[in-house]
Each structure stands twice: as structure tokens, then as C-alpha cells.
Ligand binder design. Structure first.
Ligand code: GAP
Length: 434
């Protein structure tokens, strides 16, 4: 099954309520997107799956949820004010601006104009805190969650009773004033990250880096991404970020080509040492065995929620021919699917059917997000849920009133079976287990 093109995906995402262009009734706002009812569930499930695997299933990892606005000194000390910049070139004819690496031939893709020499453009968003807009009130919207973890290192070390190696995980928004955005939700100026800072003894960093690359690569596959559309790409020395000793990207073959889903960096002791020096705070760890203080090295798996959503949607998009007609469905892993079960009374104008269906839906709702739909032909209702990625549908028909059984239809195979209505909870508990 070839990957869908981006237009098809964008249109399905809009039609079904996964992703809407932001500020649409005002004509939209450059490369900003809103997650609709299904999208909000999808990204919640992605973040839950990540948190479960990275935090809850590891005794040595704890969570953090820090503020986006922080002391501006942090960004000086971390090197972001100096280094977090992209080379920008401009077309003298149409005044359009590009990132240098997006225009390898040095010509404007719109009118062929010879682009200017590159100048570095810092992509951090600046704002002012308080009513006065002067240098003293400058603040930045964070371009990564990582720095807020480093500046909380001491707080976590002193309160969470952690022993090295240990990790601090965080999910949250990040902002970058990207020169060029695009490819739907792949590159935007406001996005969400899932980042782990994993603190290890210096000398054990290379091995830990490899372990995390393997663990993270396996996670994407476990949640259903096609292995042939995933690959690892180590960074060349020239492209390493200013803080990194080594980085390996996990790339996915998006509808527009290969792109980064997640980067796993070895950040050494760069950030902790700099913050310790600048703040005068001890950010070391006392190694009991060696009886000395060490500044840990950091291994950082950093993934994007929005890119994850795009990859899962794109990978799940399936068109199949059924009885000579195309059938479109999203074969999302049930753990990621926005709704787990759809409940349909066969006819909406028959009170006993509606009553039973409502009772079943309410009963299942205690455990899973349920979509209840009483209108339209049964075929249409199935088709709508197929496009929403709902793994199961339960139909309550006239026989159900006599024999207390219902039809359960599975999304991918369209296989149907009769299940006792009072056994549905147990049935789905089994089918929808993590
Ligand atoms: N703390 C390390 C860090 O921020 P990064 O590779 O620059 O590393 C991590 O970002 C992840 O954040 C990327 O792998 C990508 O999934 C996501 N990301 C980065 N920039 C993005 C953008 N402009 N739009 C959407 N997602 C982005």
C-alpha cells in the first residue's frame, strides 16, 4: 500500500475532525493547526503511550511539567541565543525568505532570482514580560523543553530519591520561529515535544545512547509504524547541534519523503556544567561507589507529538477494494485510536433498540471512549468510523432484544461476530488491552 499524498491526508484529517487549519474563519494563520475532536484524542493517546513506556514502565524515570516562560539567562547560558539560528537567504525580486538548506541551487524557486548571501536568523520567539517593553523585560518562548529539566535537576535530585542512571521526562509545547514551515503538521512554529533527559555516569554515555536508540526505534514499531518506512540516521559531525557529541535521528518516510520523527542525542555534561557555573548551584551527583561528585552525562531522546500524529495517520491510511468499490480506513493501533468502540442501534426510531444501545454505550463508556451514532444507513456509519480509525463497532438489532446478543464488527477485517451484550466489557477488555 503506497503512502497517501499529503493533500489526501490533509483533507481526510479535516473532514473527520483530526486537524483543522487554525483561525480558519479569519482566513487561517500561517502554518498553525488545531486538533479537532478526533485529533485531540489521537495526540493524547500518543503522549499517554510515550509516558507509559518512558516513565511508568521504568522505575528510574520520573516526570516533570515546567513552565514555558523562564529566566532569560537560561537561553544565554545554554548557548541558544548564540547558536539557535538558521541561515536565511532572501530573494531580491519577490522578497521571499528561505532557509539556505531548502534552496540548494541559490535561486528563488518562485522567480529564479539570485538569492542574497545567508545571514543567521535566531529562531527563538521573543516576548516581553510585564507592561514595559524594554531589554530588561525580554523573555523567550522555549524552543525545547530540555532546558527547564536541566535547571530543575537539583530539585528532582533532592526530592525524588533517584539513583544514577535516572531520567526526567517532560511533554510540552515548544516554539520556533521557523523560516520555512510546511508539509502540514510536520514543521510549524508551535509544536509539542516528548523529551527525556537521561542522566548517566560519564563513560557509560555511549552505551546508554545506543540502548536508547534501540528502545525508541522499537517503540515506534510497536505502535504500528511500518518498519520499512523507518530508518536510523546518525548525524555527520558538521550537522551536530552545539551541545551534542553524537545524535541519531529516527526518520520516517512521510508522504513528501524522509523526515525526522525523533532525535536521540548525547549531550554530554554540556548543559549541566554551564548552568552550574552560571548559577553557582551544585548540579552534580554524589557517586557513592567512587566517593566523589560527578556531573552526569545526558542522553536525550526527543520526539515530536505532531510529527508522530502525522506519521501514524499516514501509515494507517489504507484503501482496499471491496465489491469493486474503494473502502478507506485507518488501521490505527487500538491504543492510539481516538474512539475504541462505536455503538449503533440499527434503527433510531425504535425506542427499545435505542434504549438498549444507549445502555450498552453508557456501560462501555466507563472504560473507553465510545462513539454513539444512531443516524444514517449502517453502511455509512461503518464507513465513517473506518475513516476515524475506530477498531470496533457494536450494532444492536432486533434479534438483540430477544437473545441479548449484539454484532461486533472489527475494522480491518470487517469480520463480524455475535457477542452476548453482558459480555461486551470482558470482550473489549481482552481486545483493547495495552
Ligand atoms: N531538545 C532537543 C531538541 O529539541 P530537536 O531535534 O530540535 O531536538 C526534537 O527537536 C523533535 O521535535 C524533533 O525530532 C521533531 O519531532 C520535533 N520538532 C522540532 N522542530 C519542529 C517543528 N518546527 N515542527 C514540528 N515538530 C518539530
Amino acid at each position: 500500500m503506497p503512502a497517501p499524498d499529503l493533500e489526501t491526508l490533509t483533507s481526510l484529517a479535516k473532514r473527520r475532525g483530526f486537524v483543522f487549519p487554525s483561525s480558519e474563519i479569519y482566513g487561517g494563520f500561517a502554518s498553525t493547526w488545531d486538533y479537532g475532536p478526533l485529533g485531540a484524542e489521537l495526540i493524547r493517546n500518543i503522549k499517554d503511550a510515550w509516558w507509559r513506556r518512558v516513565v511508568h514502565m521504568r522505575p528510574e524515570v520520573v516526570g516533570l511539567n515546567a513552565s514555558i516562560l523562564m529566566h532569560p539567562r537560561i537561553w544565554e547560558v545554554s548557548g541558544h541565543i548564540e547558536h539557535f539560528a538558521d541561515p536565511l537567504v532572501e530573494c531580491p525580486i519577490c522578497r521571499r525568505r528561505f532557509r539556505l538548506d531548502d534552496v540548494p541551487d541559490g535561486k528563488c524557486p518562485y522567480d529564479g532570482g539570485q538569492l542574497t548571501d545567508p545571514r543567521m536568523f535566531n529562531t527563538m520567539f521573543r516576548t516581553f514580560v510585564g507592561p514595559v517593553e524594554d531589554d530588561a523585560s525580554v523573555a523567550y518562548l522555549r524552543p525545547e523543553t530540555a532546558q527547564s529539566t536541566y535547571v530543575n535537576f537539583k530539585n528532582v535530585r533532592d526530592t525524588a530519591r533517584v539513583q544514577m542512571p535516572f531520567g526526567i521526562a517532560q511533554i510540552g509545547k515548544a516554539f520556533r520561529n521557523e523560516i520555512t514551515t510546511g508539509n502540514f503538521i510536520f514543521r510549524s512554529r508551535e509544536f509539542e515535544q516528548m523529551e527525556l533527559q537521561y542522566f548517566v555516569e560519564p563513560g557509560q554515555d555511549d552505551e546508554s545512547h545506543e540502548d536508547w536508540v534501540d528502545a525508541r526505534f522499537a517503540w515506534w514499531q510497536d505502535l504500528g509504524l511500518e518498519p520499512r518506512r523507518l530508518r536510523l540516521r546518525p548525524h555527520s559531525p558538521e550537522e551536530l547541534a552545539h551541545y551534542a557529541k553524537a545524535t541519531t535521528d529516527i526518520e520516517y518516510e512521510f508522504p513528501f519523503g524522509w523526515g525526522e520523527l525523533e532525535g536521540i542525542a548525547n549531550r554530554t555534561d554540556f548543559d549541566l556544567k554551564r548552568h552550574a557555573e552560571a548559577s553557582g548551584t551544585d548540579l552534580s551527583y554524589f557517586d557513592d561507589a567512587a566517593r566523589q561528585h560527578v556531573t552526569p552525562y545526558v542522553i536525550e531522546p526527543a520526539a515530536g507529538v505532531d510529527r508522530a500524529a502525522l506519521a501514524f495517520l499516514s501509515d494507517a491510511y489504507t484503501v482496499q477494494e471491496v465489491a469493486g468499490k474503494p473502502r478507506t480506513f485507518l488501521n490505527l493501533d487500538p491504543r492510539l485510536a481516538p474512539f475504541k468502540v462505536a455503538v449503533f442501534p440499527l434503527a433510531r426510531n425504535r425506542p427499545p433498540l435505542v434504549e438498549l444501545a444507549t445502555r450498552i454505550a453508557d456501560d462501555l463508556r466507563a472504560n473507553w471512549p465510545i462513539f454513539y451514532d444512531a443516524s444514517g444507513s449502517i453502511g455509512r456509519r461503518y464507513a465513517r468510523q473506518d475513516e476515524a480509525g475506530t477498531p470496533f463497532a457494536v450494532t444492536i438489532d432486533f434479534d438483540s432484544l430477544d437473545d441479548q446478543t449484539v454484532t461486533v464488527r472489527e475494522r480491518d477485517s470487517m469480520r463480524q461476530e455475535r457477542v452476548a451484550s453482558d459480555g461486551l466489557r470482558a470482550y473489549f477488555a481482552d481486545q483493547l488491552a495495552w
